[in-house]
Design a protein around this ligand. Structure first.
Ligand code: ATR
Length: 283
C-alpha cells in the first residue's frame, strides 16, 4: 500500500494537535498516510504548497493566517468553501487543488450533536472576522442561530464579512467599542487569534447572561484567557475549540479517505468536552 501524503500549513502550528488526531484516525481506520505540519506564512505559503504538490502531496489542512489565501490558490471550491470564502481543506484532484471548508461542520457537530447544545434561536456574537470566523458563519446560520453580530478589531473586515452574507436581518457588523451597548447574547464565539499572542480581549460582562454559551475556537493555552473571562462572567456553558478541531479533522479525513473515522476515542484521549484548556498548544 502506498503511503499518501498530507500536511498542515499555518503559523503558529508548533503545538498543533492535528498531526496527532489524523494519525489516530489513520491507525483506527487502517489507512496508510503521513501527516506533517509545515510552518508557513502568507509570504511563503504558495511556494510551499506548490513544493508539496510537486513532491506528491495528496491533501492539506490550512489554518491561521492562511485560510483566505488558500481559497484563492485552489482551482476549484466546494459549495461550502464558496459560501465561506475561506478554505481549511485542500485535496489534490487531477493535478489541481480543490478547496473545502470543514470548520463550520466541525463546530456545529461538536456543539449540537456531541455536546447536545441547542443552537437554534440564539442571539450570537462573533468576535473576529478572519478565516476562522468566516469558516464557521454559514454553518451557524444553517444550524438556526437567530442572528450573528460580528465585531472585529479592524471594523472593515467585520463589515465585509457581514456584507458577504447579504442578510441584514440576521447578520450585521458593529464596532468593538460599542460592545457595552449591545445587550446580552445567548452565544458568544471567540474566533480571534488574540490568544496565540497571549493578549486578553477587552470584553464587558454585559454581553453575557446566565444562559450564555461561550465558545473559543482555539484550544489549549490560546483559549485560556477567553475561557477564564467567560467563567468569571457567569456563562452557563464554556467550551474550548478542541472538540471542533477533532470534528473538523474527521470531516477532512472523510473528504480525503472516503470514510468517517470514529471520533469518540480521540475525544476521550485528548479530553475534549470538559470545557477546560487542559492542553498546552494551539492550532
Ligand atoms: P484565523 O484563521 O484564526 O481566523 P486570521 O484569518 O489571521 O486567523 O484572523 C485572525 C482574527 O483575529 C482577525 O479577526 C483579527 O483581527 P484583525 O482583522 O483586526 O487583524 C483577530 N485578532 C488577532 N489578534 C487580535 C487582538 N489582539 N485583538 C483582537 N482581535 C485580534
Amino acid at each position: 500500500m502506498t503511503c499518501k501524503q498530507y500536511a498542515l500549513f499555518g503559523q503558529p502550528i508548533e503545538h498543533s494537535l492535528s498531526p496527532r488526531i489524523h494519525a489516530a484516525f489513520a491507525r483506527d481506520s487502517a489507512v496508510a498516510m503521513e501527516y506533517v505540519a509545515h510552518a508557513s506564512s502568507a509570504a511563503d505559503f504558495e511556494a510551499k504548497l506548490q513544493a508539496f504538490a510537486d513532491s506528491g502531496g495528496d491533501g492539506a489542512n490550512v489554518t491561521q493566517p492562511l485560510k483566505a489565501l488558500a481559497a484563492t490558490l485552489a482551482e476549484t471550491l466546494s459549495e461550502v468553501a464558496q459560501r465561506a470564502g475561506v478554505v481549511n481543506t485542500l485535496t489534490r484532484r487531477g493535478g489541481q487543488w480543490h478547496g473545502d471548508n470543514t470548520d463550520g461542520a466541525g463546530l456545529v457537530h461538536d456543539l449540537a450533536e456531541r455536546l447536545r447544545l441547542d443552537l437554534r434561536g440564539r442571539r450570537t456574537l462573533m468576535l473576529g472576522a478572519g478565516g476562522a470566523a468566516a469558516g464557521v458563519l454559514p454553518a451557524l446560520l444553517d444550524a438556526g442561530v437567530e442572528s450573528v453580530t460580528i465585531v472585529n478589531r479592524t471594523p472593515q473586515s467585520a463589515e465585509r464579512l457581514s456584507e458577504r452574507h447579504d442578510d441584514p436581518g440576521r447578520v450585521n457588523a458593529r464596532y468593538w467599542k460599542d460592545l457595552a451597548t449591545l445587550g446580552a447574547f445567548d452565544f458568544v464565539v471567540d474566533a480571534t487569534s488574540a490568544g496565540h499572542s497571549g493578549v486578553a480581549l477587552e470584553l464587558p460582562f454585559s454581553i453575557t447572561g446566565a444562559r450564555t454559551l461561550a465558545v473559543s475556537l482555539s484550544y489549549g493555552a490560546a483559549a485560556a484567557r477567553f475561557l477564564a473571562w467567560a467563567r468569571a462572567a457567569g456563562c452557563s456553558d464554556v467550551q474550548d475549540g478542541l472538540g471542533m478541531l477533532i470534528e473538523q479533522a474527521a470531516a477532512s479525513f472523510e473528504i480525503w479517505h472516503g470514510l468517517r473515522p470514529d471520533t469518540d476515542p480521540v475525544h476521550r484521549e485528548l479530553g475534549a468536552g470538559r470545557g477546560e484548556a487542559a492542553l498546552l498548544g494551539s492550532d
